[in-house]
Design a binder for this molecule. Sequence first.
Ligand code: G4P
Length: 527
Amino acid sequence: MKYLNEIQKRRTFAIISHPDAGKTTLTEKFLLFGGAIQTAGAVKSNKIKKHATSDFMEIERQRGISVATSVMSFEYKNTLVNLLDTPGHKDFAEDTYRTLTAVDSVVLVIDCVKGVEEQTKRLVEVCRMRDTPVIVFVNKLDRDGKNPFDLLDEIESELKIRLHPLSWPINMGRDFKGVYNLYDKSLLLFKPNQKATEEDYLPLENLNDDILPVRIGEKDAAQLREDVELLEGVYGDFDRESYLQGKVAPVFFGSAINNFGVKELLETFIQIAPLPQHRAVTTRVVEPSEDKFSGFIFKIHANLDPRHRDRIAFLRVCAGKFERNKYFHHVRLHKDVRFSNPYSFLARDKDVIESAFPGDVVGLFDTGNFKIGDTLTEGEDFYFTGIPSFSPEIFKEVVNKDPMKTKQLEKGLLQLTDEGVAQLFTQFGGNKKIIGCVGELQFEVIQYRLLNEYSASVQLNSLPFYKACWLTSKDPKKLAEFIKFKSSNIAEDKDGHIVYLAQSEWFLNTERTNNPDIEFHFTSEIH
Ligand code: G4P
């Protein structure tokens, strides 16, 4: 295998969490360990905390930041770690889901006070769909959180995943003393607001070691012995294979802000996390070790500078070697393209790169040739599968306020929807343009960007739909009849697929019951 060394060096993952659980803080600590940044506070959070119109400007400003922090690569102990950022705000959840198609594993952060939150569930669902291996980091142990056994129960039942704790806390909040590492049987003692030092790390022969009560007190030592006995009885030995198959999620406890438990998490991550994985394409399975290059676009980012319409397309390399200035095959456009300035996200030199390997993410300058899900190869025709388009939940009709700018508006709508900001539908048989989004904030972004980048002024009128379902049927006659009957609820998506826009759950259920020969799909795969 030609590039085996390169493949074995790489780990590509994302940190996911409900907003405020500590994703940004943990990311920053990882980067500090990786030497990618020198000081705390260097990673700017790109989350949008409130939901307000004034957020536009904030979004604009932060788009610059989020390009920079979209992918963060660093080396740690001879491993090249590619950390893909995911937006925290729920209105941008689709962006997160797509980013998850480009990683090989995730670290899930849970706040020990709040436990499992709404977005945690949705994110883990997406991981489960793809059997993505998950490591759980229970954060904020310096606060009085839920009992750790209760937390494990809650996570297992709410997220429907099996857990395997690899570390265990000694108290929480004000009494928090540290964590016991069940994996390498050592004790890490906590000192608030201090970085962990070598002396705080205590390897133990076993938990009957005399040093234990000396360091944490008789009572806590006894409790720890009892907890560990129970845990070992229940969970047994850790099975890496089950983790790699996405069946068991190892759990770590710590406090990101205090840089506590983070190094242990990172070191275990490097040891157990999957290498760049194979991926399904429309015709077969692509192995990372293949000689020939292939990869796909999972994210497109508009340029901050409105005078330059070019965008940055994020390419995940899946197989072979990506090379600068080499011609690759753009499958959808049936043409060969090459890139003179592909750039890497290695924090030390955010610069033009000569080559990239499976697991890497490359930034490509794009003048409108790419849309999400596009595949590049060395000639073979296929698409990577499993890149989802979710059913939008809010729909608005686009009304052009300036007929002189019709062309610009159409171009803008196409480009913004290529970026995956929203989905565009055209009413069947007419030309009413409808955009569908997951959250209100995206409409504000669209309106703002259409005006600023394309000089197109639009009004967005709410439509009384609550879901878009993609329709298929083995019986074309039945489908044609349904379309004819329900024409005011039918639209086409950008690729010409038929979509049913349901006014309410009741209507949707009724139509599904009345039309058993038609399948209603809530996600469409881009390919
Ligand atoms: P997010 O990206 O998941 O949204 O979370 P982020 O890291 O921004 O953390 C959310 C808040 O939680 C921040 O406080 C952060 O300082 C705090 N935090 C992170 N880790 C810990 C921890 O281990 N213990 C405690 N007690 N707090 C933690 P904030 O007040 O919202 O923001 P900031 O003003 O500190 O930036």
